[in-house]
Design a protein around this ligand. Structure first.
Ligand code: SF4
Length: 437
């Protein structure tokens, strides 16, 4: 068996494939003197096997993990099992949770936390033969146990790296925008990727679409924080840029192909929904549904969350969408910080009005996510009467989502935040309606 400098084992889970595909896309174009192999491990058992095999033929084995905050605890348990079964590898955690809570991540058992966007960090790690010391974008403990942070890697234009991997045949919805100029207080996106938009150029998107078509792939979907912000540098949509994007994608994927925009896995802000925008979607795209972010039925809560739109815009967007023949899915979050009974009632009323219009509610429970201004807010709680009302909507088929499970995630995240207090922050001192930074 030939030996290599480095084996990269990707703990490849369905929930995080996209992040890994982007890393693989960056890796496949990178020239390095390090000889390396990549193994995709889809289960804990496969990860253990890959580590053992890797240690037999490589100087170093890096196991790359990526996860969201709600999954951190479960994956820490998995990590413990894998480390016990196959010691000797270096476990590197990336993603938004590791970025926001590097010390928590190290304390949970990972050897290294990757901070910020992973592409350049991975390439430098590979160049260094897998040795993390001094590589920008990492946090780890030195020999004395002191946490060393090497700073955030540079945020590069989106065109710098491929959005999926040709070499490893890993395709996914294409990321067309990273970062978000809106700064909703419950959201990790602006923290992770900055509070400004970086858009993939139309030419670069077209290259990806052409490559997909050449491989027989027919569906083009997009990853973006707010679909109609494509091409914009501020809070208003740029419909010319959106049309250019959709037209070239439609042309590129060909007559048998389909383009989806403003539907899974992205959404549209309600104030961006206009008849003109919807007609663009109808002209170029195959989706018969759109997802609109509403989050609350209370203007007071929307203000506190810095959403930048009100309830009226949500209803207007839903009515317009229905008039233009779309099925409407509306994202809502229950248990937002500082909600009182009037706010809860307003959200339930909005949900019912939307359901009467034929919309479906995608329900979430508020989670105090690391890195966000509301990291130290109390976990989302939903009172029994609200649960019954939400359940009724669910039984009618008007509501779906993992909001019940998210109540448990929220409680766990709050406990973790309490165990790792931020200097000067305290849950009991958090003035929800004056909303701190
Ligand atoms: S919730 Fe959406 S619009 Fe608000 S900051 Fe996050 S990505 Fe941007």
């Amino acid at each position: 068996m030939s030996s290599v400098d480095l084996v990269l084992v990707l703990r490849y889970r369905k929930a995080v494939t996209y992040g890994f595909h982007v890393l693989l896309g960056a890796l496949e174009e990178h020239e390095t003197t390090t000889s390396y192999e990549v193994v995709l491990a889809e289960t804990p058992e496969a990860t253990t096997t890959a580590i053992e095999a890797g240690l037999n033929r490589a100087k170093r084995v890096l196991v790359l993990w990526s996860f969201y905050s709600p999954d951190a605890e479960a994956l820490a348990a998995e990590l413990t099992t894998i480390k016990a079964a196959a010691p000797g590898a270096l476990h590197v955690a990336g993603g938004v949770h590791a970025t926001a809570e590097p010390v928590q991540t190290l304390d949970a058992g990972w050897d290294v936390a990757a901070i910020g966007e992973g592409e350049t960090t991975l390439l430098k790690l590979v160049d260094a033969g897998g040795d993390p010391v001094g590589v920008t974008g990492l946090a780890y403990r030195d020999a004395a146990g002191k946490v060393v942070k090497t700073g955030r890697p540079e945020r590069l234009p989106l065109d710098t790296f491929r959005g999926f991997s040709l070499r490893w045949h890993r395709f996914n919805a294409l990321e067309i925008t990273r970062g978000c100029a809106f700064s909703c207080r419950f959201c990790q996106t602006p923290f992770m990727f900055s509070a400004r938009f970086r858009h993939r150029s139309v030419e670069n998107v077209r290259w990806h679409v052409d490559e997909m078509r050449a491989r027989g792939l027919r569906d083009v979907r997009f990853i973006t924080p707010t679909a109609l912000s494509y091409g914009s540098q501020d809070e208003s949509p740029n419909l010319d840029a959106v049309e250019e994007l959709l037209a070239t994608c439609k042309e590129g994927i060909g007559p048998d192909g389909r383009v989806f925009f403003g539907s899974f896995p992205s959404e549209i802000r309600p104030e961006h929904v206009t008849r003109e925008a919807l007609q663009l979607v109808k002209k170029y795209c195959s989706n018969n549904n759109i997802i609109v972010g509403a989050q609350s039925g209370s203007d007071r809560v929307l203000d506190a969350a810095k959403r930048g739109h009100g309830v009226e815009e949500v209803m207007r967007a839903a009515r317009l969408g229905v008039e233009e023949g779309f099925r409407i899915n509306v994202d809502m979050i229950f248990g937002m910080p500082g909600e009182d009974q009037a706010d809860v009632d307003a959200s339930l009323n909005l949900a019912k009005e939307l359901a009467d219009l034929g919309a479906r509610i995608h329900a979430h429970t508020f989670m105090p996510l690391p890195g966000t201004p509301w990291r130290d807010a109390p976990p989302g709680d939903v009172d029994p009467e609200t649960i019954r009302a939400v359940d009724r909507l669910s039984q009618q088929g008007a509501l779906y989502g993992h909001w019940q499970r998210q109540r448990e995630h929220a409680a766990r995240l709050a406990a973790a935040a309490e165990a790792y207090p931020r200097p000067g922050r305290s849950r009991t001192l958090l003035p929800i309606h004056s909303t701190p930074e």
